[in-house]
Design a protein around this ligand. Structure first.
Ligand SMILES: [Zn+2]
Length: 146
């Protein structure tokens, strides 16, 4: 099991988005759209200062438990994937990836859907568990051909 900690974002069309509009948490739709991925909304009844203090504490705690990072030793786009998988996932395509587990040093195979833009800019990564030792790591993807 993998657990990721993050903030909830009220996306348009969701009941959470409507709640935030009604409560004035999102005062301006245009400003919201212009900063959709840059603002952390306080949707609690806590004062903003307390919410920020708690979020900083949570982030620091999570970062102190950071998982080790691995880098792929080989990667290739899965061109044999069925067409529905390559067409219906937006800009995300299936990749076959190999990396060395930073915990047990076993060579591990993984298959992930990765964004084309992230791959083009060499900044794709994913969190996974090792099938051998079952420990978690973050894997940074380096495009290559096996
Ligand atoms: Zn391992």
């Amino acid at each position: 099991m993998h657990v990721n900690v993050g903030t909830v974002h009220p996306y348009p069309g969701s009941s959470l988005f409507e709640y935030c509009l009604n409560k004035g948490k999102i005062p301006d739709k245009l400003a919201y759209y212009n900063s959709i991925d840059q603002v952390c909304y306080n949707m609690t009844s806590l004062p903003d200062e307390e919410f920020s203090r708690l979020m900083s504490h949570i982030t620091a705690t999570v970062n102190s438990c950071a998982v080790p990072m691995a880098v792929t030793v080989a990667s290739r786009q899965d061109t044999a994937a069925f067409s529905g998988e390559t067409v219906h996932n937006g800009n995300r395509k299936p990749w076959e990836l190999w990396f060395v587990c930073p915990h047990c040093s076993e060579r591990v195979y993984a298959r992930e859907l990765l964004g084309e833009e992230e791959m083009a800019h060499n900044c794709a990564s994913f969190v996974t568990g090792c099938p051998v030792c079952h420990l978690r790591s973050v894997v940074r993807v380096i495009p290559s051909v096996t």
